[in-house]
Design a protein around this ligand. Structure first.
Ligand code: AMP
Ligand code: MG
Length: 421
């Protein structure tokens, strides 16, 4: 059964990943960086916090002045200033003095701690109330209490984020706090998506006898977008070498980093993709020991990496998932190229054909913590709804033909969040 001429999935994937390269960086406005990959490490220009400030509404004090204070024996201090957030005071706190201070306001010189307002006799809830002349402090604080010192979070000069980091909302917040209005991120890989086949019409066109709609063009473009790539739709090429070439040449002229086509790669009379690659590029492989998706061409067209997916919609999506996905992630600067996996126990008996198989399945976590899997029904490579129902692809390893109920398998979780937007 196993054909040494035909590559395993792992061998084929290694060739694909060796061929593609990370694309160049671009500067992008901060908010548009969500989900993007940092191209350069970020070194902090400022410390965070930038200055010592209060973490509470209360009174800035010298801790030594209130060291003996307690509920029964309050320390009485003179109130010499009122410091609001954003309005630094040039007061210098001397012994016996306090300054009313708001959360985030700069700690005045001479102060080394803050007493929360709840621990004083002046819980000012009324903005109109004048600043008290004196304040009774009902608890002791130690130097540093309720003070946030400069650099506690980030020190100026420190590397805060390494190149390759994926920017989530929390990273956007950190970059904003460091004053970065735009950020150097890896450009979105541009992926040309071509459908081939004389039977294909676009989504807007009424069906006529023998025609079907080009679903792959849309599904693969969506797969590219889901990975943070830029999908360049190349339309439909007829089943002739000349028309496939014409569509590919237009894409090359427009500038793409990767070409992905569907159909025309098997051994039918009109399967022209391999011939086109042979003539104007190179073919690294054109079959893989995988199910679904044995016909799968990979090579270069005019120097550009080219992945020729099979035509059947499920085969196209699963092959994309297995090969184009890690390739596009790598081009986009990602380091984590694989979906999360869980060990899952198959609850039904199944047969495979000895190729490494990707079975559409629903994986759930039982009360006892074990993951269990059932298939989504017919595994025909034209049954698109089998993917719609699935949240996982169960991997049946190469060489396995009988898969009894209770078999432990690895499940690729295709809809778990992975940090890719
Ligand atoms: P092929 O690889 O050209 O033999 O195509 C295999 C099957 O996939 C055929 O049934 C095609 O009609 C179908 N197919 C090919 N391309 C598409 C497409 N873009 N959208 C939907 N089905 C397709
Ligand atoms: Mg065809």
């Amino acid at each position: 059964m196993s054909n040494p001429e035909m590559l395993t999935v792992a061998e084929a994937l290694a060739i694909v990943l060796d061929t593609v390269m990370v694309v160049e960086p671009e500067r992008v406005p901060l908010l548009d960086c969500l989900g993007r990959v940092l191209a350069e490490s970020v070194v902090a220009r400022d410390s965070l916090p930038p200055f010592a400030n209060s973490s509470m509404d209360g009174y800035a004090v010298r801790a030594a002045d209130v060291a003996e204070a307690g509920p029964g024996e309050p320390a009485i201090l003179r109130v010499v200033a009122d410091i609001a957030a954003g309005r630094p005071s040039d007061v210098i706190l001397t012994s016996g003095a306090a300054a009313r201070i708001m959360t985030g306001a700069p700690l005045p010189a001479g102060a080394d701690a803050v007493v929360p307002v709840e621990d004083t006799d002046e819980p000012w809830r009324d903005a109109a109330r004048p600043l008290p002349e004196r304040i009774a402090i009902r608890r002791a604080v130690a130097a540093g209490d309720y003070v946030r010192y400069p650099g506690e979070d980030i020190r100026a000069g420190e590397t805060v984020l390494e190149a390759g980091h994926i920017l989530r909302p929390q990273e956007i917040g950190v970059l904003a706090s460091l004053g970065m209005a735009d950020v150097s991120v890896v450009r979105r890989p541009r992926v040309g998506i071509l459908a081939t086949g004389d039977e294909l019409v676009d989504v807007t066109v009424p069906l006529t006898p023998g025609k079907i709609r080009n679903s792959n063009g849309y599904a693969q473009a969506a797969q590219v977008r889901a990975l943070g790539g830029e999908a360049i739709p190349l339309g439909v090429a007829r089943d002739t070498e000349a028309d496939v070439r014409a569509h590919l040449d237009a894409a090359v002229a427009a500038g793409v980093d990767l070409l992905v086509s569907s159909a025309g790669v098997s051994v039918g009379a009109y399967d022209v993709v391999k011939a086109v690659l042979d003539a104007a590029g190179s073919v690294a492989f054109w079959r893989v020991r995988m199910r679904p998706g044995k016909p799968l061409a990979f090579g270069r067209y005019q120097g550009i990496p080219y992945l020729g997916l099979p035509g059947n919609p499920v085969s196209a999506m699963v092959s994309f998932e297995r090969f184009a996905r890690p390739a596009i992630l790598r081009m986009g600067g990602h380091r984590d190229l694989e979906r999360p996996t869980v060990p899952a126990t198959l609850l039904e008996a199944m047969r495979s054909d000895g190729r490494e198989s990707y079975v559409r399945a629903v994986v759930t976590r039982r009360g006892d913590g074990e993951y269990v899997a059932i298939t989504t029904g017919s595994q025909g490579s034209h049954i698109m709804t089998s993917l719609v129902k699935a949240n996982a692809l169960l991997i049946v390893p190469e060489g396995v033909v009988e898969v009894p109920a209770g078999t432990p398998l690895t499940a690729l979780m295709i809809d778990w969040p992975t940090g890719v937007f």
